[in-house]
Structures are given as structure tokens and as C-alpha cells.
Design a protein around this ligand. Sequence first.
Ligand code: HEC
Length: 172
Amino acid sequence: MSDRAFWKSFSGLIAALVALTVVLFILAQMVGDKPAKTVEATADAKAVAERIKPVGELTVGAVPAEKIASSSNRVMDAIIPSANAAGAEDKGKKIYDASCMACHAAGVAGAPKLGDKANWGPRIAQGNDTLYSHSLKGFQGKAGMMLPKGGNMSLKDEDVKAAVDYMVSQSK
Ligand code: HEC
């Protein structure tokens, strides 16, 4: 093959490859932009999240009241024999222990401490209805921010009220 003939077919080959590249590029763009792809991607992401989700979940400070009542009742009875003695107050205590103690035991973030009569006095003087509504809907006071239901939205209104009753009874 002469040099000339070689260069002719060689540049022909290069041109063909360039053309092929362009065609493939355009094809890839068309395929890649299909909306179906996006749908698949979200479905995949969900499936992946489902597969890699943790086996157990640790809930800190916010355990639904029913769970405590049902699952750890016997354990509670064994550890604290008096825990079930007081009826309504007992329910309030359990809810307090699970959802309110985190702030109200030590006075975190300005929360009035359980048993701190001086701090609770004027609050109790507002009347139960105000205390209930501040606990259910949240309350921004001078000391800090009380979140609605203490941040545990899974609590029923009556559970929160029971916890308030318990806190008040311990702080008078
Ligand atoms: C994240 C912290 C936090 C948690 C959890 C929390 N509280 Fe509070 N709570 C506060 C703070 C802070 C205040 C004080 C706000 C102020 O007076 O400035 C407060 C105030 C209160 C008051 C007094 C309201 C008033 O009018 O003076 C009541 C009653 C109360 N909380 C009940 C509860 C109950 C019931 C729970 C559990 C269901 C709970 N709190 C959980 C932070 C918390």
C-alpha cells in the first residue's frame, strides 16, 4: 500500500469514528433524558432505603405512652413495686418519666424543675387550664421554650394532662 492510499483510508476511518461518536452521544442524550428514568431512580432510592434501614431504632426521650404501658409494665412492677400503686398519678408519672423528665428533672433549657416549689408556685397559680394549654400547644416564656407536648407529638392530650397533673402534684 502506498503512503497516499494509507492516509486516505486512515483519515476515512478517523472521520467514520468521529461520526459514530457524535451519533452515540446524541443517542445517549435521548435515552438518558426519558422521564421514566427519574421515576425508576426514586423507586430505587426507596428500595435501597428500605433495604439499608436499621434493624432497630433507639428512641430517646420520646417513647409512646402505650409502649411503656404495655411492654415494660411487668418490668416496672418488678423493679419499682410501688409504680403501679397510685392509679392516675402513676400514669402521669410514667408519661413524665418518658417524655418530660429529660428537661424537667434537671431544669434543662430553663424548664421548671420537678419539686421546685418557688418556680412552680406562680405557674400553678395560673390554673390548670393554662398549664394544660401551654403544655399541649407549646409556650415561650421568659425562661425558655416549652415545646408542644414536650416535643413528643405521639402523646394523647389526656396523657400530657396526666403528666402535668403529676408534675403539679410533686411541686406544690
Ligand atoms: C425540651 C425540653 C422540655 C421538655 C421535653 C418538656 N418541657 Fe415543659 N417546659 C420546658 C421549658 C423550657 C419550660 C419553661 C418555659 C418558660 O417558662 O420560659 C417548660 C414549662 C412547662 C410547664 C409550665 C408552663 C407555664 O405556663 O409556666 C409545664 C406545665 C410543662 N412544661 C409541662 C411539660 C410536660 C407535661 C412535658 C412532657 C409531656 C414537658 N413539659 C416536656 C421545656 C421542656
